[in-house]
Design a protein around this ligand. Structure first.
Ligand code: HDE
Length: 708
């Protein structure tokens, strides 16, 4: 009997308990072969003479080498690079009015989940911070079976029909003749595809926005993209779209930073997630749903089954129905993160499909790909994939079968086992939607408007976000070699907005459009702008630059103030080890300039201390640190002599001078300075407030004049 059979309902640790018997520790043990035979020497193969040939009979060598030779499984054809974590989900209130899904009925039930975040295009070893869609796949181990919400951090998709998926993925992946570029859409074949498929326009606007370079997996939304159904106990169906809302808000990197991070720390996002969970700062996301009555199916100027369209939140509000907390790292990456198998077709009673043609195709693809990737039809028996709900059926055998099915009956109906296992009165029943139509290879007329929502998105951007999109076009399309494709991009995006097309043309050396641009859509959707998101300093990272002779009181008071607000501080110095303050007290250095850089932090603080500042002023890496943090619009704080380091950097050209006599706190576009203070409290409060704003975008107008 498994846990759900014993207790009826799962709890937050049910999955951990289920996995426990499969785990194995190897500490304080003697080495054995896979047959349990103790091994006496694993450093030398068995040879005929110490300089002679290796002998075939060396079964330990053969077993060790063979196993190693077979260690790799195929990486996912898309979403190859990912990072998984455990957690649990709790609904806020019963959703019985809308769905009979058991995990959405009782707010006291904690349903275990496993979440895998991913990038789409790069291979397993690529960098976390590539410009890309992020996958956000959640497996709910519910009492009535596994439910997978296989989502992305962008609410729409490139294409409308799944049959285009192989073409689209071939075009965006590295070009096949030379396997270049890795993890990037910035190349000819992708933009050739884009300009041949105008349905991609809306998705491209999102992909080139800041959403595609998140600051953290914890600071991005998730979207089920496809339209699903909720079905309640009475059999009433409603259309539904799923959302994840991060409690820390939606925040992004800047492109220069993302590119540099790919070199300095390609594991930036997974390290962030691993660390915060280890530290007990558990990421939280609210589950939201947009629901439409069946009668509303045709009430909008877009087709609600078209996956290249959002249901604007201002038209169809998102109801927040529960919260997910991610609180446990995996024991073993391969066993859990690599072997987990998600599938949008893993649904439970109360959740059903719509006729969205992208979803329909996905329902085939995921199972198909698991069969190859995980080596056969028994992948549901891999511990991470096992449901907590009991499994009884007549499926037998196949590669890697683990269950030892008792008895001679493996068919239905049967007399020998009283028809067991038999279909259940509470079994899954597909929603009885009435369907009729001729068999046609056609796209619905209602899917033909490819530009209105792309314009809506553009209209919803702040000037800063618009500039970031234009800069992204410069990079992506500027990397395209074929000039005719660059021109096609300009002409295509003229359909979204004339000014946007003009700007792209300028940057990529194409001819500006001669026809008027745009769709005439003037509406905007504030919910799509990340600038309207939650602000919080919690879990942000602050670098403190200090050398021998630093002001101990300022540094320690600042660290304490940051800690109280849940902000992490790290001391950076020329060398690792200890630094000694002006009054002889010591602090340990966390990182030196070789092992870190400003791109790994959200903000930087420089305390006073004459000797410390005199050293820092002559240290190129420290100057670069300040310049780069400034360029990336991060909060910069300096107190007392610390202000002189800012004076020595190149940011001075764009901020007002900071005179020796300055006794008032000055906050200029997120550069906070003050001299002659004894107590740091007022300063640290303002500093933390500035950190919570994420970035100070007003500086971008000036960044050209600051070396990065
Ligand atoms: Fe996927 N997708 N997809 N996808 N997808 C896969 O399944 C596919 C789409 C998404 O962390 C594959 O197990 C088709 C939309 C995520 O393990 C594959 C189509 C959305 C993940 C597949 C789509 C997604 C995948 C590759 C278009 C957002 C990673 C490996 C018709 C709602 C899951 C695998 C993980 C993975 C097919 C489009 C999300 C090949 C055919 C839209 C998060 O089956």
């Amino acid at each position: 009997m498994n846990q759900v059979e014993q207790q009826g309902k799962p709890n937050a640790s049910s999955k951990q308990q289920q996995l426990e018997p499969y785990t194995q520790s190897h500490a304080n043990e003697e080495l054995t072969t896979n047959q349990g035979v103790k091994v006496s020497n694993t450093d030398d193969s068995l040879k005929a003479g110490s300089r002679g040939p290796t002998l075939m009979e060396d079964f330990h060598f053969r077993e060790k080498m063979t196993h190693f030779d077979h260690e790799r499984i195929p990486e996912r054809v898309v979403h190859a690079r990912g990072f998984g974590v455990h957690g649990y989900f709790q609904c806020y209130e019963s959703m019985a009015e809308y769905t009979k899904a058991k995990f959405l009925q009782d707010p006291s039930v904690q349903t275990p989940v496993f979440v895998r975040f991913s990038t789409v295009v790069g291979s397993r070893g690529s960098a976390d911070t590539a410009r890309d869609v992020r996958g956000f796949a959640t497996k709910f181990y519910t009492e009535d079976g596994n439910y997978d919400l296989v989502a992305n951090n962008i609410p729409v998709f490139f294409i409308q029909d799944a049959i285009k998926f192989p073409d689209m993925v071939h075009a965006i992946k590295p070009e096949p003749h030379n396997e270049i570029p890795q993890a990037s859409a910035a190349h000819d074949t992708f933009w050739d595809f884009v300009t041949s498929h105008t349905e991609t326009a809306h998705m491209i606007m999102w992909l080139l926005s800041d959403r595609a370079i998140p600051r953290s997996f914890r600071m991005m939304e998730g979207f089920g993209v496809n339209t699903f159904r909720f079905v309640n106990e009475q059999g009433k169906s409603r259309f539904v779209k799923f959302h994840w809302k991060p409690l820390l808000g939606i925040h992004s990197l800047v492109w220069d930073e993302a590119q540099k991070l790919a070199g300095k720390d390609p594991d930036y996002h997974r390290r962030d997630l691993w660390n915060v969970i280890t530290e007990g700062n558990y990421p939280e996301f609210e589950l939201g749903v947009q629901m439409l009555e069946e009668e509303q199916e045709f009430s909008f100027d877009f087709d609600i089954l078209d996956p290249t369209k959002i249901w604007p939140e201002e038209l169809v509000p998102v109801k927040r129905i529960g919260k997910m907390t991610l609180n446990r790292n995996v024991e073993n990456f391969f066993a859990e993160t690599e072997q987990v198998a998600f599938h949008p077709g893993h649904v439970v009673p109360g959740i059903d499909f719509s006729n969205d043609p992208l979803l329909q195709g996905r329902l085939f693809s995921y199972l198909d790909t698991q069969l190859l990737r995980l080596g056969g039809p028994n992948f549901a028996e891999i511990p991470i994939n096992r449901p907590l709900a009991p499994v009884h059926n007549n499926q037998r055998d196949g590669f890697h079968r683990m269950t030892i099915d008792r008895g001679r009956v493996s068919y239905f109906p049967n007399h020998l086992q009283s028809n067991s296992p038999q279909p259940s009165a509470n079994g899954y029943v597909h929603y009885a939607e009435k369907v009729e139509g001729k068999k046609v290879r056609e796209r619905s007329q209602s899917f033909q408007d490819h530009y209105s929502q792309a314009t809506l998105f553009w209209n919803s951007m702040t000037p800063t976000e618009k500039q970031h999109i234009i800069d992204a076009f410069y990079f992506e399309v500027g990397s395209v070699q074929d000039k005719s494709i660059r021109q096609r991009v300009v002409d295509m995006f003229n359909n979204v907005d004339g000014e946007l097309a003009n700007q792209i043309a300028q940057g990529v050396g194409a001819t500006p459009p001669t026809t008027p641009g745009g769709t005439g859509v003037t509406a905007s959707s504030p919910a799509v702008s990340v600038m309207n998101s939650v602000q919080s300093a919690k879990t942000r990272k602050v670098a403190i630059l200090a050398e021998d002779g630093f002001n101990y009181q300022e540094v320690t008071q600042m660290i304490q103030a940051l800690r109280t607000e849940g902000v992490k501080a790290e001391i950076i110095s020329k060398n690792l080890g200890m630094i000694t303050s002006a009054d002889g007290l010591q602090l340990e250095v966390d990182k030196n300039y070789v092992t870190t850089g400003s791109i790994m932090y959200d903000a930087v603080y420089v305390a006073g201390g004459l000797q410390s500042i005199n050293t820092l002023r002559t240290h190129g890496d420290a100057i670069h640190f300040i310049n780069e943090a400034f360029k990336h619009c991060k909060t910069i704080g300096a107190t007392n002599e610390g202000v002189d380091l800012l004076n020595a950097s190149q940011i001075m050209g764009v901020t007002t001078a900071m005179p020796e006599s300055q006794a008032q706190l000055v906050n200029e576009l997120g550069v906070l300075t003050v001299r002659n203070i004894s107590n740091i409290t007022d300063f640290s409060n303002s500093f933390i407030q500035a950190v919570s704003q994420h970035r100070h975008w007003g500086r971008e107008m000036q960044k050209g004049s600051v070396p990065g």
